[in-house]
Structure formats: C-alpha cells, structure tokens
Design a protein. Sequence first.
Length: 92
Amino acid sequence: KRKQEVLEFYDLSTLTLVATLRKKGKEWIASVQDTSGKAYIVRRGNYMGKRGGRIEKIDGQTIYLVEQVMDPSGEIVDQQVTLTLAEVNDQE
C-alpha cells in the first residue's frame, strides 16, 4: 500500500491545468490549481483525483492519466482521462 498523494483528495473536475513546461529539455512537468487557487507541481508517475489516476504522460497541452474503474460487467479496467490547458480568452 502506498501513501495517498494530496491531489488524490480532489475530484479531477475541480483541478485546472494552468501550465506545462519541459524540465531540463527532457521531462515535462505541469502545474495544476485547485478551486482555492493553490497550485501544485506534478510529473509523470504522480497520482491525481479521487479515482487514483496515475499520470502516464505530460505534453505541452495535456496531462494524460490512467484510472482503474469498474466496467458494467464488474471487471476493473484502465480508463484514460485527460486534463487539458484551458484557453485564456481576453474579454473586455
């Protein structure tokens, strides 16, 4: 059993991807924000969301997670979920 990470206590729908960047020219990292505005840095291998989604990949626009969910037949299956950078539109 592993210790739950802080972002596993949040519903994925309450987290917003605010930035991604390539660290040292190789590994991508990302910044996600909760509804209170607190930011967290995540990388591949971290867990997020109440369904224990594991980050499989981060690119310039998206975090790709795999959650284990129960399908209608009762089997546990992997389901891919994504968190994508929100477009910022200037509104005057």
